[in-house]
Design a protein around this ligand. Structure first.
Ligand code: PA5
Length: 448
């Protein structure tokens, strides 16, 4: 179970300068319109992620069951929405759920990073999971080509055993490779965008491989979807959080900090960063007017970043909304020994648990932010488990679409990302991009 405490996003005795609850009423019509638009999109089948709690995952479980025991690693080759969810789930649960198999995610084209992964794994015991919805992304294709060559050289007659491809069910280069070379495959549904796809085969296969309870993940997502149907917005975590973030954006709070007090959840903040940034950072509204909206998501780690960022968050520009993530019960904990009972410098710590210190530090930071008039919220995990992660994922996906509706933008596209992809194709000499290359060469000449 997760709980969302947003009392410090609303004006209260500790934080008078926050948004007043009475103001929310003014947005009742806007909220109603946004909800109606979401309902219409759902009926039109555009928002496929909403229906994923009912997704039949048996094919994934069967596939994982059939995998030979010798395979102990899965390396995901993907980027953006085809990578970040895998990372977030694995790092959240690898220790908390005591996962036996390892998941690596190569989501860059940094050669040293690839070298490190290859150096760490035993190829004989590794499956590579190439994930690309479009089947064309340069970074993923480069990794796919390098790895497939390595596998073909080492296992000429059965390299396919070490490869899985997750892509569109019909279209694209990777789908052709699957068909021509007999490689096991999974699907990225048409109506689920990359950054909303963690609860499809994209994130579920590596999770199931590692040993994560993927049915519990979906059950958590379902529980949150049900909460999001609550007509009382104050009891509806994704809607109230979306509305408050929207209102803060309008007040110039253009930075959204997600600060887990848990190393295991740090990558979840990275997943959130993409979701919030790519979905809401838009130049045009739905009517084509230039509006330049968005809120820059920042990730911070408690307590580590208290000694790096909190000075700025409490005394720098008042342009941030901070969301803490706290965990009530960790899988492992340590008691701090009272080694020097006569020394006031450290004796106060003696007998306390590390988790107690962590919780105290989070609360201290919350109080410091309130004193400085900085809005903040707390998302509380009673523990880190698959169900709770499913809840959190669904909460933020719904919140993102809802906030996009309030902003009157399209939260599902990413024209700015596409532009970068096209420029990369041109620079790397891909056929069909000659005009773009000429444009880039002209740009380079003018800047010399
Ligand atoms: O959210 C998105 O759509 C993007 O971040 C994509 O996931 C990313 O660009 C990778 O695309 P693809 O899966 O087509 O390789």
């Amino acid at each position: 179970m997760i709980r969302f405490d947003y009392q410090n996003l609303l004006s209260n005795p500790n934080l008078l300068s926050a948004i007043k609850a009475s103001r929310l009423v003014d947005y009742a019509d806007r909220v109603k319109d946004a909800i109606a638009e979401i309902d219409a999109d759902r009926r039109a089948g555009i928002l496929g992620f909403y229906e994923l709690p009912e997704y039949d995952v048996q094919h994934i479980l069967d596939f994982v069951d059939r995998i030979d025991d010798r395979f102990e690693n899965m390396v995901v080759l993907g980027i953006g929405g085809s990578a970040l969810g895998n990372k977030a789930l694995y790092s959240a649960l690898k220790t908390e759920a005591g996962l036996k198999r390892k998941v690596y995610v190569y989501d860059n084209v940094d050669p040293v990073y690839l070298y490190e992964i290859l150096n760490d794994i035993d190829l004989d015991r590794t499956i590579f999971n190439v994930i690309s919805k479009s089947g064309t992304t340069a970074e993923t294709m480069a990794a796919f080509l390098i790895i497939t060559k390595i596998l073909k050289d080492k296992y000429p007659s059965n390299y396919q055993k070490h490869l899985v491809i997750t892509t569109d069910k019909e279209k694209g280069f990777l789908r052709q490779v699957i068909q021509q070379e007999g490689i096991a495959s999974f699907i990225v549904p048409d109506n689920v965008g990359g950054r909303f796809s963690v609860l499809t085969d994209v994130g579920l296969l590596s999770s199931a491989f590692a040993g994560i309870d993927i049915k519990a993940l979906l059950a958590g997502a379902k529980a949150m979807r049900e909460q999001s149907e609550n007509a009382d917005i104050m009891l509806n975590p994704p809607y109230i959080n979306g509305l408050l973030h929207y209102l803060y954006m309008r007040e110039g709070k253009n930075i959204s900090v997600m600060m887990p007090y848990s190393n295991s959840l740090y990558d979840l903040a990275d997943w959130y960063r993409q979701l919030w940034a790519e979905s809401l950072g838009k130049r045009y509204d739905l009517r084509g007017r230039e509006i330049y909206v968005g809120q820059t998501p920042v990730k911070a780690l408690g307590t580590t970043d208290q000694h790096s960022q909190i000075q700025l968050y409490t005394q720098g520009p008042n342009d941030k909304v901070v969301t803490f993530i706290s965990v009530e019960k960790f899988k492992h904990d340590y008691e701090i020994p009272n080694l020097y009972p006569d020394r006031a410098e450290v004796s106060y710590l003696g007998g306390k648990k590390l988790s107690e210190l962590l919780a105290a530090e989070r609360l201290a930071t919350e109080i410091a932010l309130c004193k400085a008039g900085r809005p903040n919220a707390n998302l509380i995990f009673n523990e880190i488990n698959a169900h709770n992660l499913g809840e959190m994922i669904m909460m933020y996906q719904i919140q993102t679409v809802f906030t996009g509706k309030l902003l009157k933008i399209n939260p599902l596209d990413q024209p700015g990302v596409e532009a970068g992809k096209i420029a990369t194709y041109a620079l790397m000499g891909k056929k069909g991009y000659e005009n773009q290359l000429a444009e880039i060469q002209d740009y380079i000449q003018r800047h010399r």
